[in-house]
Design a protein around this ligand. Structure first.
Ligand code: ADP
Ligand code: MG
Length: 374
């Protein structure tokens, strides 16, 4: 731990659509951004299963939601305690926790989004001020409530001479366009699926939680008809602001697409097509902005998928492509750091959204503050 500064520490907690783990980071923003510590907390099978079950409509939802809200909060608090203990952090220096919560519904078209993992309980168990429920204030102001990471990307990664794009490939994929000229607005939106369909498909066919380095996809052949059908989804042509989730991109949707084909493809061919879908929708979105001298930086778990990376690199030529590691932030911790940043902003009475990105009526401080006990 760096003891050269006493500037406040913020903890960011992220639990994404992939349900691969809970990401926890400790960071400072003053005098400049510094990643102090990180920790990945495994999700116990029972909580994993209960969360997956709540992604879809079903019986007795309120009771199950209430229980999972608490179970997840306890797990988030454990993640924070492990982060503090393993890295010998000084609790007195920790100003706040920013907890994204687990999304179980995201319905921007109906104006609601729901993240659970009760921040009251996190504050109570850790004794640290906890800010949660970041998305709903933006939605209340008419926005999508997503993506919220672009403001952080802009604060950290904007360059005065180069146009940059930051692409976060989690369960879903979202991008942030940072133009060199300060007068140009920051743009950002969800491009569509990141890893979620590939994860679902390999789980269904090979009982593996993800396709390491895209090796299985590399064994298949892209199916042009399947790809064309999937690309016909109106979401891909809609103009921003836009955001999406498992409500749109899920196994039943994929099975319907595969079922509509005249000839049944091999499972690895479907996987190859899903990887291509992720790559094409990201690359098309980036290329549609027609920016020159562009540097593209990947983050999120999908940035480790070497097959996906090399496909993106082909589709994005001649643009420069790398991961956020080159910008001094490990791709695995960017999103969690973004929620620490949002907590920092809110605690300092500053806005966290970008209205041009989410479609909100204006800049808003995001989230609700659950103060530490005095
Ligand atoms: N080496 C790898 N090869 C392919 N995919 C990977 C690799 N490492 C991580 N992933 C993918 O990244 C996902 C997790 O990404 P993450 O950014 O945590 O998403 P989320 O925010 O949805 O939790 C995994 O589910 C997996 O699909
Ligand atoms: Mg994750």
């Amino acid at each position: 731990m760096n003891t050269s500064t006493c500037a406040p520490i913020y903890i960011g907690l992220m639990s994404g659509t992939s349900l691969d783990s809970i990401d926890a980071v400790a960071v400072r923003f003053e005098p400049e951004f510094e990643l102090i510590a990180s920790h990945s907390e495994a999700i116990p099978p029972a909580i994993h299963a209960a969360t997956l079950a709540l992604f879809n409509p079903g019986d007795n939802e309120i009771e199950r939601l209430g229980r999972l809200d608490l179970e997840l909060a306890k797990l988030f608090a454990i993640a924070v305690e492990n982060l503090i203990r393993q890295h010998h952090l000084d609790r007195q220096q920790i100003a706040a926790i920013g907890s994204h919560g687990q999304t179980i519904r995201h319905r921007p078209e109906a104006n609601f989004t729901l993240q659970i993992g009760d921040p009251n309980l996190i504050a109570e168990r850790t004794g640290i001020t906890t800010i949660g429920d970041f998305r709903r204030r933006d939605m209340a102001a008419g926005g999508q409530g997503a993506p919220l990471v672009p403001a952080f990307h802009s604060a950290l990664f904007r360059h005065p001479e180069h146009n940059r794009v930051v692409v976060n490939i989690g369960g879903m994929a979202n991008l942030t366009i940072l133009q060199a000229s300060e007068t140009k607005p920051v743009l950002g939106y969800d491009t569509g699926p990141g890893n979620v369909l590939m994860d679902n498909w390999i789980m269904q066919h090979r009982q593996e939680s993800y396709d390491r380095d895209g090796r299985w996809a590399a064994q298949g052949r892209v199916q042009p008809q399947l790809l064309k059908q999937m690309l016909a989804l109106p979401y891909f042509c809609e103009p921003p602001p836009k955001s999406t989730g498992r409500e749109q991109f899920n196994l039943p949707w994929l099975e319907q697409m595969v079922g509509a084909l005249a000839v049944k493809p091999q499972p690895e061919d479907v996987q190859a097509t899903l990887l291509e879908l992720t790559a094409i929708t990201i690359a098309d979105a980036i290329n549609s902005h027609q920016l020159s001298d562009l540097q593209v930086f990947l983050c999120g778990g999908g940035s480790h998928n070497s097959q996906l990376r090399s496909r993106l690199s082909e589709l994005l030529k001649p643009h420069y492509l790398n991961t956020s590691a080159e910008l001094n932030l490990d791709p695995d911790w960017v999103e969690a750091a973004a929620f620490a940043w949002l907590a920092y902003r809110t605690l300092n009475r500053q806005s966290g959204n970008i209205p041009d990105v989410t479609g909100a009526a204006g800049y808003r401080p995001l989230g609700a503050i659950h103060w530490a006990t005095e």
